[in-house]
Design a protein around this ligand. Structure first.
Ligand code: NAD
Length: 686
């Protein structure tokens, strides 16, 4: 019998325990092991009912996602769960599945093979396959509508959100909720089932057939361009139109289309990517870390306020310093307003909000900064000011405190040079809005201590962020690349594409927002000021984009001034502005830029491939550890669609030889790594 499955007995009840920590995934050996244990209990004359349960903290939390990649690569045939489920269903002795933690994906599918399901009150069940671009592939789309009703099943399969035990009980997925010890309760429940199991139950309850079109339309909006949610809805619809075995065959076809399609590969890459970025050479479990119990933040502006919220959300008290009472009041008012919005939306209670607000000490001094374990600076982007502040906190902070800067472009080493402790200085680069965006770029200076890096990587987790370690260069990874992307977007506009054409192409392709709308949202003046600061770094003769600065010169800073690339009304609703067309045409004429028709393909290639080409340079310089780190930065910080896998993965899917040919055709300097990999027929990700 499989080592992953334990069998035991409690008098006349046979027990099967899945023992595949940490989450009892359906790895090779698990389904076969359950089947063998089931057969043994069926053959045992002393056993009259059978309980299937998970060991450790959960029932089967899902498939072994690594297996999908192997199947696609032809290295594994995968395992078919259907025979196991039919064996459970056909068991002459009642099979009771006992669920705690989560029964997700293949876990719920296995559970639905049993005759009864009981669960702890805190358990959750779901079919989250769409989150990795798949649909249930072991009859989940066929059994769930029969158990839970068509509407709920279609919703669960299409959107992948799990439901709680109580809802599952009411829907008919569960037969009982067990208070107290789950196994004890499940065994008593099993003992009470004295009747022979019912024959296969295949009836479908009445439902509203309009549900499918409603959900399709909804999924089109919430899961723009994604194929899996549509396939999941089709599979559930098939359950209502075909007999069970044919429905299972249809589900399999749809499953395979998803499995062999590009989106699941990209989403699986993204899924593992988030785990991969936590692995840092030289840092392991034995690397010492520092405790973060108290924090201080300098600057209560856009970023400082959001950063403060991150800390207090995690229960870490913050001293928040500003220069003027007015700025401090404004910063605190914004924090309060954000929390009040969450309370109004029912995300948490007023009491929670009050607790969080009470953890913030707004102040105009450095009082108490000597107690902080981490001090995060989020003042205006200017080297002189940052150095002045770091010199000041060097004189105040306790030994061992981490001194972090939220700079988006400036050198961490130069900032650290203002202190006597460069080993304690690090960049923690949050993304706007800092209380929402998941990305945290952790910028390592030349002298930053390993323990400081390890502590900040842990801090990212504490703050529910995805920490990605990057090296120190202008703009680090994300902004250095976005600079190229925004530059191309501006060139395209100068050469003849309308702003809405550039934004429209990229939005339709899958970006959360077009680049020019993004500029309007963030404020075009931010880049304008940075470009002024770095004017001396411009390479003579190299083309620089002019249109954003031109708009700023005319007071069009974006949404905040009601005008940028577009016009905005008082609700910040965007409309194209003929005045912008005139400004662009005037600029092109003045600068001698020839205007022409620009295709959608050119817009996509020039913007997206500029990301990959710069990313390749970043990789080669060691600024990013792996190509997947760059992908994760773009997926979590820049609204890049996960079903495209990130800019580097996307380039891989196009084929690097094709990417190189385009880069050369655009007259860009190709990254040497791109040239090398293209010549070798390799990819960034492999
Ligand atoms: P902001 O202008 O909104 O806020 C800066 C705040 O710092 C102001 O309230 C100002 O009064 C305060 N300040 C200035 N000097 C100070 C001092 N000596 N002590 C205390 N407070 C002081 O700017 P922001 O957008 O929050 O940017 C802050 C930093 O974060 C910059 O380095 C910026 O590059 C970086 N950043 C910004 C974004 C973004 O999207 N806005 C994203 C990532 C990083």
């Amino acid at each position: 019998m499989s080592e992953l499955i334990l069998t035991s007995k409690d008098a006349n009840v046979g027990i099967i325990t899945v023992d595949n920590p940490p989450v009892n995934a359906l790895s090779p050996g698990v389904p076969d092991g359950i089947a063998a244990a089931l057969a043994a209990h069926i053959a045992d004359p002393e056993v009259s009912a059978i309980v299937l349960i998970g060991g450790g903290r959960t029932f089967i939390a899902g498939a072994d996602i690594k297996e999908f990649g192997k199947v696609v690569a032809g290295q594994s045939k995968g395992h078919n769960l259907l025979p196991l489920m039919l064996a459970m269903e056909d068991s002459p002795k009642p099979v009771i599945v006992a669920i705690h933690g989560t029964a997700l994906g293949g876990g719920l599918e296995v559970a639905m093979g049993g005759h009864y399901r009981v669960a702890s009150a805190t358990a959750q069940v779901g079919q989250p396959e769409v989150k990795i671009g798949l649909i249930p592939g072991a009859a989940g789309t066929q059994r769930l509508p029969r158990l839970a009703g068509v509407e709920l099943a279609a919703q669960m399969c299409a959107f992948g959100e799990p439901i709680r035990a109580q809802q599952a009980l009411e829907a008919g997925i569960l037969d009982a909720i067990i208070d107290g010890d789950l196994l004890t309760g499940a065994v008593s429940f099993a003992r009470a089932q004295t009747e022979r199991p019912k024959p296969r139950e295949r009836a479908i309850r009445p439902f509203d057939p309009a549900i499918f079109d409603t959900l399709r339309a909804q999924a089109k909006k919430t899961h723009r361009n994604q194929t899996a949610p549509q396939a999941a809805i089709n599979a559930v619809e098939a359950a209502t139109q075909l007999p069970f075995p044919e429905g299972c065959t249809r589900e399999r076809e749809l499953f395979n289309e998803c499995l062999y399609g590009p989106q699941s590969k990209a989403l699986i890459h993204a899924f593992f990517g988030e785990r991969e970025v936590a692995k840092i050479p030289g840092i392991g479990k034995d690397t010492p870390t520092r405790a973060i119990k108290q924090a201080a933040v300098i600057g209560a502006g856009t970023m400082g306020g959001g950063i403060t919220m991150n800390f207090v959300n995690a229960g870490i008290p913050v001293r928040l310093r500003e220069t003027t009472q007015e700025a401090l009041d404004k910063g605190m008012a914004t924090i309060k307003k954000n929390y009040a919005n969450s309370v109004a939306k029912g995300r948490f209670s007023q009491a929670v909000m009050d607790q969080r607000m009470a953890l913030i000490t707004p102040q105009l001094t450095y009082d108490g900064f000597e107690e902080a374990d981490i001090i995060t600076e989020a003042v205006f982007e200017g080297m002189a000011l940052k150095k002045e502040i770091f010199a000041a906190i060097d004189g105040i902070a306790k030994p061992g405190a981490i001194l972090a800067s939220n700079t988006s472009t400036l050198s961490i080493d130069e900032i650290a040079s203002a202190t006597t402790r460069p080993q304690d200085v690090i960049g923690t680069h949050y993304f706007s809005p800092a209380n929402v965006m998941r990305l945290l770029e952790i910028v390592r200076g030349a002298a930053t201590g390993l323990d400081v890096i390890a502590t900040c990587m842990n801090l990212a987790k504490t703050l529910k962020k995805v920490g990605v370690l990057v090296g120190n260069c202008r703009g680090f990874v994300g902004n250095r690349m976005i600079h190229c992307y925004l530059r191309e977007a501006q060139f395209l506009v100068e050469e003849g594409a309308a702003p809405e054409q550039v934004d429209g192409a990229l939005y339709e392709w899958g970006m959360a927002m077009g680049p020019l709308s993004m500029g309007d949202l963030a404020g075009l003046d931010v880049g304008w000021r940075i470009r002024k600061e770095f004017k001396h770094l411009e390479v003579p003769g190299e083309r620089v984009p002019l249109i954003s600065d031109e708009l700023c010169e005319r007071g069009r800073y974006g949404q905040k001034t009601g005008a940028g690339y577009y016009k905005y009304d008082e609700n910040r609703k965007q409309t194209p502005d003929p005045e912008v067309t005139a400004i662009i045409e005037e600029l092109a004429a003045r600068e001698g830029i020839e205007r022409r028709e620009i295709s959608k393909e050119e817009i996509l290639d020039r913007t997206l491939l500029s990301l990959a080409n710069e990313g390749a340079k970043i990789l080669e310089e060691g600024i990013a550890l792996r190509s997947v780190d760059i992908d994760v930065i773009y997926l979590t910080g820049y609204g890049f669609p996960a079903y495209r896998g990130g800019p580097m993965f996307y380039a891989d899917t196009l084929g690097l030889a094709n990417v190189l040919a385009k880069v050369q055709a655009f007259g860009w300097e190709p990254a040497p790594l791109l040239v090398k990999l293209a010549a070798e027929g390799k990819t960034f990700s492999a």
